[in-house]
Structures are given as structure tokens and as C-alpha cells.
Write a protein that binds this ligand. Structure first.
Ligand SMILES: Cc1cc2nc3c(=O)[nH]c(=O)nc-3n(C[C@H](O)[C@H](O)[C@H](O)COP(=O)(O)OP(=O)(O)OC[C@H]3O[C@@H](n4cnc5c(N)ncnc54)[C@H](O)[C@@H]3O)c2cc1C
Length: 521
């Protein structure tokens, strides 16, 4: 039987793999000659009590012992002549639905509105330089969806570890680094993700799946409350008995199409706020108690949450050593998000700080029906656009201490956001309920992380795409849309997931539900 052992080490000791393995053997009191393979199973930092320690979990196998793995294995079938399932969208939800269909013996036909990963890289680079914007090829749209140029943090609040292991193992199998298998807070990094997405694309095609890029779906074919296929932007149609709709929460035209077709949609709570950026050194010094990070500790992060005046105010998608990016999906809007390379090596730390928006907060937009939240989100993004100076996607910004004190910033510090920032009194034009809660929230955060409110930090608007403002309701058992059999609303855009891992888990679940549907008809 393999034996599990946990070590508590200094950051320097933990960085030396052979030292760690020697320590494990010593702790178990066994002979080196009796030991076979040693796997690291867990690694986490404990910086709570002033002294920074690294907890390392290991599994030690005896010599000649069969090496088991608690990570799943995958068998992808050749599905060239198997029944076809249409998947709209190739984000994490769509891709993991496709991979699961290969396992289940169905042929995925993926329709993706945007370009392939390498063309997309060029378009994103032009967007970062504020030179041009491609409506179907940007941070939101294109092969791999919002996941391709995301930060690649693989955290989720879901507790079903089995499902999560499947997602992490699949990403590892397709080129993500070994560390994601055992780090407590696994992170892939924006420089590695495009390669992983391309490898998944290749797996799907190698096993007989079809991947059609530049293929925007404009409409669904629904006859007698059963979905029959989709209509593409060029007017051609494609038929199948099942359609997995995994278009993400930026595909506003898809919500509008469903609404026009009188297919049920529901408004749901979401969140809006700003992105805050600090010098990474400052966050390191707060979190590592004034000790320099040195060579053995990662860029420090934080996770903050509080209640202010009946609404949650919380940090979202914290990116240590990262960059703020233009996550727009259309002209005349400003949307920011954050990402970091695998080394988390930039000199900045950024995070979304958002306020919960409930349905009663947008009651004045009820004439938009279930699209009220979407309307509010769009209005806020356009407001941000109007409140900056300069062309294109320059973003409005304010020093953090001046935002909290409701003062205009006369000069701004350097910022990682490449298109550029311009000074704007964000506290004045954000809705009062959001400004006040953010200001109070920042003060509460500063009590926990002393020095968080500082003149060196910058608030950049607008962080508006943390989650979908709409849910596409589905039956809780069959996962089919309540009014269209065979239609599987999936992932973040359907309102059932938020983030890479939960969207991927939902993709797998929808593929399984779709296979059950095929078996039943
Ligand atoms: C900069 C950035 C950083 C992020 N960092 C993280 C992170 O660190 N960790 C994390 O968990 N999450 C992160 N996210 C969020 C994460 O990327 C999303 O939660 C996830 O990608 C949602 O997956 P999805 O498949 O549901 O939708 P999406 O990824 O949005 O994919 C939807 C796909 O559908 C396509 N599509 C839309 N409409 C159509 C149509 N009509 N026809 C055909 N195709 C269509 C789109 O082009 C897109 O490819 C980040 C997002 C961004 C933008």
C-alpha cells in the first residue's frame, strides 16, 4: 500500500524536490532501497501566523508496487460515423462537452463564431495596443472562448472533487503544467492556455469530431417545442437531435434571439464594480508580514469579502503578478478583467472588487423583462466609455485613496492596462449604491490588509462581466430547456457556472444529459 505523508517546510526547503522526497522517506523511517515512486499530492502556503510555511503532501509507493492514480484516465472513441450533436461555442463549457461526447460515443460538431487561437492572438495584441477591435475575435470571442486568454486559475466553489479532478487531469493531459495536479490554488497562466486549447482542438478532430471556426450561429430551429438544429450567419442550416448552447455570457445577441423566439429566460443577480491594481511588492509585504518574497515564494494574493448595507462586496479573479486587460466584446463600451502569465512575474497585483446587484436594484428597467440586468450591464459599460478621455479602449481610472475620499485624481500612477488609462471621477458617475458600498468595502478591506488603501493603487472601471445577468432555465434532471427539448443551455452564459472549472464541469454534465436524451428517442 502506498503511504501518505505531510511535511511542513520552509519555502526554500519546499522548492527543492529531492530534499522534499528525502524528508518524506526519513519521516516514514523506511529504507531508500524499499522506495519506488514518490508523488507530490498537495502543496499549500500557510502565511497566517507570521512565520511562512509550506505544507507538502506526498504519496510514497513501495519498490515494485503498482502505481495507482486517483486522477482519472480518459478513453476517447473514434466517433466519425456516430450520431451528431451540435455544440455552439468553444469555451471551456463547449470543449469539455465535446470531449465528454467522444468518451460517450457521440460526434460533436462545434460551431464557433470567432477565429482560431493563433489568429486570435494577433487580434488580441492589436486590441491591447488600442489599434483595432475585431467583433468576433477578442478576449471574449474566438476558439477557446473567454478561457483562452484568461488567467487560468482553476479554483471553484464546487465541492464535487471527482468532477474537478477530471477537469484538471484533462487540462494536464493537454499540456498544462504538472503543478496544477497538486497546488492548493492551481493556476495555468495566459501564456500556456492557448497551447492547451489547441491540443484539445486536435484531440477532438483526431477522434472524428468537427470544429468549425468563423461559424456564428444566428438562430435555433425549434419545431413543436423540440430543437432540430441551428441557422448560421451565412444562412446555411445544420440539423441534429441535440444542441448544446455554450455561448458564454458576452453573447448578448443569443439572449436577444431567445427572447425574440419567446423562449423562457430569467433575470438573475450579478455584480458590478471596478478593478483595483496595487504594486505587487505592496501586496507581498502585507501578506508576507513585511518579509521580502525572495526567490522561493510566489507573488502573494488575497481574497476579500464583506457585507455593506445589505449587499456583498468582494474581490473577484485576483491576479498576482498580472495585467489588467480590455475584455470588451463590442465598440463604445469599457470592460476590464485581469490575467497573469504562469510565472506571475509582472510588478502589479490586480483584482476585481465588485458589489452584488440584486433584481430589486434594477426594477426601474423591468420594461426589458428578463433582459433588465443585461440592459443595466450595457448601460454601465457605455457610461464607462463616455467617462474617459482619449480614443478607443482607454479606461477611466482614479487613485484608490482618492476614490474612497470622493476626490478627483490629478495624476495617475503607472498602470498595467496597455490601452491606457485617463483620470475620471469614477465615484461620481457610478450609481450611488455601488460607489458607497465600494468605498465602505475598501475601508473594511484596509482593516484586514493594512495599507490596502494607498495613493499608489489605482481603481480602473468597469468590472462588469463577473457572471451572467441572465439564466436560461432548464429542467434540473434532464438539463433541457424548459420549453425546447433537445436544447441544453450550458456553462456561464446559461447562468449555471462561473469560471473555467465550473463551466467545464457543466459542459460534461450537459454532454451526459444529451447522451441520455439521444438514448431515449
Ligand atoms: C481576462 C479573463 C480572465 C479570466 N480569468 C479566469 C480565471 O483565472 N479563472 C476562471 O475560472 N475564470 C476566468 N475567467 C472567466 C472564464 O474564462 C469564463 O468563466 C469561462 O471561459 C466561461 O466558459 P463558457 O464556455 O461558459 O463561455 P465562454 O468561455 O465565454 O465561451 C463561449 C464561446 O461561445 C462562442 N460564441 C458566442 N456566441 C456564439 C454564436 N452565436 N455562435 C457560435 N459561437 C458563439 C464565443 O466565441 C466563445 O468562444 C476569465 C475571463 C477573462 C475574460
Amino acid at each position: 500500500m502506498p503511504t501518505d505523508v505531510t511535511l511542513v517546510l520552509s519555502p526554500r526547503q519546499a522548492s527543492n524536490e529531492s530534499f522534499v522526497k528525502d524528508q518524506a522517506i526519513r519521516k516514514l523511517g523506511i529504507k531508500v532501497s524499499d522506495v519506488g515512486v514518490i508523488h507530490i499530492t498537495r502543496k499549500s502556503i500557510d502565511a497566517r501566523k507570521g512565520k511562512i510555511q509550506i505544507n507538502v503532501g506526498l504519496r510514497v509507493f513501495g519498490k515494485d508496487e503498482k502505481i495507482d492514480s486517483y486522477f482519472p484516465k480518459f478513453t476517447y472513441n473514434n466517433v466519425t460515423s456516430k450520431p451528431e450533436v451540435i455544440i455552439v461555442g468553444s469555451g471551456p463549457a463547449g470543449l469539455f462537452a465535446a470531449l465528454r461526447l467522444l468518451e460517450l460515443g457521440y460526434k460533436p460538431i462545434i460551431l464557433e463564431r470567432g477565429k482560431d487561437v493563433s489568429s486570435r492572438k494577433r487580434d488580441v495584441a492589436m486590441l491591447n495596443r488600442n489599434k483595432s477591435f475585431e467583433p468576433n475575435s477578442n478576449y471574449a470571442f474566438g476558439e477557446g472562448g473567454a478561457g483562452t486568454f484568461s488567467d487560468g486559475k482553476l479554483y471553484t466553489r464546487s465541492r464535487k472533487r471527482g468532477d474537478i479532478n477530471r477537469i484538471i487531469s484533462t487540462l494536464h493531459l493537454h499540456g498544462a503544467q504538472d503543478e496544477i495536479l497538486y497546488e492548493a490554488h492551481p493556476h495555468i497562466g495566459t501564456n500556456i492556455l492557448p497551447r492547451v486549447i489547441t491540443n484539445i482542438h486536435n484531440t477532438i478532430e483526431l477522434h472524428g469530431g468537427v470544429f468549425l471556426i468563423n461559424s456564428k450561429v444566428d438562430d435555433l430551429i425549434v419545431e413543436n417545442a423540440v430543437v432540430k438544429g441551428v441557422v448560421l450567419h451565412d444562412g446555411t442550416s445544420l440539423r441534429a437531435k441535440g444542441v448544446i448552447l455554450a455561448t458564454g455570457h458576452s453573447a448578448r445577441d443569443i439572449y436577444q434571439m431567445l427572447w425574440r423566439k419567446s423562449l423562457l429566460l430569467e433575470a438573475k443577480p450579478f455584480a458590478i464594480g471596478v478593478r483595483v491594481e496595487h504594486p505587487q511588492e505592496l501586496i507581498d509585504s502585507i501578506q508576507y508580514h513585511g518579509v521580502s518574497r525572495g526567490d522561493y515564494l510566489p507573488a502573494a494574493s488575497y481574497s476579500l469579502v464583506d457585507q455593506v448595507d445589505g449587499r456583498g462586496v468582494y474581490s473577484f479573479c485576483m491576479c498576482p503578478g498580472g495585467f489588467i486587460v480590455p475584455a470588451v466584446s463590442g465598440e463604445n463600451q469599457i470592460v476590464v478583467n485581469g490575467m497573469s502569465p504562469s510565472a506571475r512575474s509582472s510588478k502589479w497585483a490586480n483584482s476585481g472588487i465588485v458589489v452584488e446587484v440584486r433584481l430589486e436594484d434594477i426594477a426601474h428597467l423591468s420594461n426589458h423583462g428578463p433582459l433588465a440586468g443585461l440592459e443595466f450591464q450595457m448601460q454601465m459599460e457605455q457610461l464607462a466609455y463616455r467617462h474617459k478621455s482619449g480614443d478607443g479602449f482607454i479606461a477611466p481610472a482614479q487613485r484608490l485613496d482618492e476614490f474612497v475620499a470622493s476626490q478627483v485624481s490629478n495624476a495617475l500612477p503607472e498602470c498595467s492596462y496597455q490601452p491606457g488609462v485617463s483620470s475620471s471621477p469614477i465615484h461620481e458617475w457610478l450609481p450611488n449604491g455601488i460607489t458607497k458600498r465600494l468605498q465602505e468595502g475598501f475601508k473594511l478591506f484596509d482593516r484586514r490588509l493594512k495599507g490596502f488603501i494607498t495613493n499608489e493603487a489605482l481603481v480602473v472601471a468597469l468590472e462588469s462581466r463577473t457572471s451572467s445577468p441572465i439564466r436560461i432555465p432548464r429542467d434540473s434532471e434532464t438539463l433541457q430547456h424548459l420549453q425546447a427539448k433537445g436544447l441544453f443551455p450550458c456553462g456561464e452564459g446559461a447562468g449555471y457556472a462561473g469560471g473555467i472549472v465550473s463551466s467545464a464541469v457543466d459542459g460534461e454534465r450537459c454532454a451526459e444529459a444529451c447522451a441520455n436524451w439521444y438514448a431515449s428517442i
